[in-house]
Design a protein around this ligand. Structure first.
Ligand code: HMG
Ligand code: MG
Length: 296
């Protein structure tokens, strides 16, 4: 049976903007984040502490985290010790680490094989947990890799198992290039929920092939009630060729509400937040609910 409540983890300020060619000012990002919080978003990825040479758009991570109100659960994405140290110094309380199931993707994204990444992450995660921080592990290319094609579900589950053994609080399992089908989504999340009943299980769908809402419905049926999404459907990983934006928060929230599933998010106010960021990004935003909002 379906849940009567679901949680949205808004990734717009991070996944949404990281691939944006036009440099968005810190001030405009902060306005966007504040408006999203005002719309009822309680969990969000604010930014990422990554190399500014690799991802110039996230170079102001320090200013963002220092300035933002830490209500609810505000994540920062970090790939390594340097990122974690800076994040904690800036006052982050919830950390998201990321790794790809596929070696070729992980190499392109973090310049390490998956095994090398995991070896480096283990002591860092154990320390974060010892210090009482919330740790989320983001699993990229959980279904398909832009370089290796289909990923075996067992490989994804095995990677998740290691994170669970190290004590992470949440797994965010990602269809990085928006290629999974609803059956594949149902099957993998069904296995994951069964294998790891004690961690928060989150689904992260990119909407490259417009299957993300169907995949969310499938994941709901498999017992998932946490979804990463991006206001305005912005986003994509710069190191995953062919990836486009995340599923749009406003369309996910609308679907959930229409199904009687509460989110605590106000769609009108969410659209107001999108209207604040739209002038600062390269392309116009034309998701379902935002188009209705603009045309009314
Ligand atoms: P590298 O070149 O192998 O690293 O990059 P390095 O250790 O040799 O360091 C190179 C330079 O970066 C040095 O500076 C470091 O100090 C600096 P230099 O001496 O040249 O001036 N550096 C850092 N600076 C700031 N913060 C840091 C940091 N670490 C090193 N944390 C590295 C390795 C991991 C740094 C690089 O590959 C990188 O930054 N990658 C980030 C890639 C990224 O952000 N991808 C997008 C996010 S993941 C995603 O979108 C997927 C997700 O949404 C789920 C899904 O959809 O699949 C989560
Ligand atoms: Mg992503």
């Amino acid at each position: 049976s379906l849940p009567n409540k679901a949680t949205i983890i808004e990734v717009g300020p991070r996944d949404g903007l990281q691939n944006e060619g036009k440099l968005v000012s810190t001030e405009n990002k902060l306005e966007f984040i504040e408006a999203l919080q005002g719309a009822g978003i309680e969990e969000m990825e604010l930014t990422s502490f990554v190399s500014p040479k690799w991802v110039p758009q996230m170079a102001d991570a320090n200013e963002i985290v220092s300035a933002v109100q830490k209500t609810g659960r505000q994540f920062v994405l970090t790939p390594n010790e340097k990122g974690i140290t800076s994040a904690l110094q800036a006052g982050a309380k919830a950390v998201a680490v990321f790794v790809g199931v596929s070696d070729s993707f992980n190499k392109k994204n973090i310049n390490k094989t998956t095994a090398e990444s995991m070896e480096a992450l283990k002591p860092l995660i154990l320390k974060l947990k010892q210090d009482g921080l919330f740790v989320r592990a983001c699993i990229s290319t959980a279904f398909y890799c832009p370089f290796e094609g289909a990923i075996k579900p067992e490989a994804t589950i095995e990677l998740c198992r290691q994170f669970v053994e190290w004590g992470v609080d949440e797994l965010s399992v990602a269809d990085t290039i928006g290629m999974a089908s609803p059956q594949e989504s149902y099957a993998l999340f069904n296995d994951l929920v069964e294998a790891f009943p004690d961690v928060l299980m989150t689904a992260h769908f990119h909407d490259t092939r417009k299957m993300a809402l169907a995949n969310i419905f499938a994941a709901l049926q498999a017992g998932v009630s946490r979804f990463d999404s991006s206001a305005g459907g912005l986003g994509g990983c710069p190191f995953a060729p062919g990836a486009t934006g995340n599923v749009a928060t406003e369309d996910v929230v609308n679907m959930l509400h229409r199904m009687g599933i509460e989110t605590g998010i106000d769609i009108d106010r969410l659209c107001e937040a999108i209207a604040k960021i739209e002038p600062h990004v390269s392309s116009s935003i034309a998701t379902g609910m935002y188009t209705l909002y603009k045309n009314r």
